[in-house]
Design a protein around this ligand. Sequence first.
Ligand code: PMV
Length: 332
Amino acid sequence: MKPQHIVNQLLGEKLHAEPHLTATAFAPTNIALCKYWGKRDECLNLPINSSLSITLPNKGTTTTLTLQNREIDSILLNGQHIDPASTFAKRLITFLDLFRTEKQFHFEVNTTSNIPIAAGLASSASGYAALVLALNQLFHWDLSNKILSILARLGSGSAARSIESGFVKWHVGIEADGMDSFAEQLPYQWPKLRLGLALISEEKKAISSRVAMRETINTSPFYACWPKKAAQDLVLLEDAIAQKDFKQFGETAESNALAMHACMLTAASPICYFEPNTIAMMQTIWRLRKENIPVYFTEDAGPNLKLLFLAEHEPILMKEIPSLDVLAPFKD
Ligand code: PMV
């Protein structure tokens, strides 16, 4: 099935709505605790497993869409004009094509992000979510969060989870058209929870998560174990969140991330997002745990680590890792 069928089905007559001239929206980024790794449908970004994330309230992307009288879209990223022939622009324009009616609207897309782009800090998640929210405003579609989540998923899988705040679960779904594969907020808060961004490198990643997922599925002998591991971790995480069992929460998130990276490392051409300083930081975390400081990490498709800990341990962690950018996902 093609993304255009899904968009037509979801929007129907709304696709012909008269737009405002301009609209601005912000979407936060999210960090997966149980990762999305592997697609059962590459066109619709349908996952092989359900995933669970936490939304970072103040880190993300702000996008302004303005209708323009030109034959092409123009794209500004953090104030810089992007070459329309670049992979970044082509992907974005192909996504916008899904929402163009016969009137052939073209847009100026002005997007700013307060997170490093493509460094495994989920910039595409907030990017495509912000774009969908801006389109929703521009054409005053007034869509539900479920539909916004499905539309954001068509841009980037993890973007499905950036529509909601707090703990968010993206349902794997079983339908071929993906109408049951969307993200929902879980009814839990954890005010004492902290997430620390340990920035190792802001360099653009050498291999995209899209390609890395495909290579892992096709060639890693360990990938066969992944769906079962992810399903078990999801249950453990939901249970840990409901009970506020931080040990189970941290252990499961860290083990899930390492299992995902183990699959990548065993792909036919090994995919390694670790840098020497990533491993040095992991060793610091493991040392701190031996010293009875409960801190865990997770890592996505990039060298940066996100640390999980509770508010009471923030002072000691700031002392050990002064560069840590500490975020409180919930109001304390
Ligand atoms: O949405 P994508 O294609 O950028 O993939 C995201 C993959 C991970 O960040 C590694 C895991 C996740 O669930 O966010």
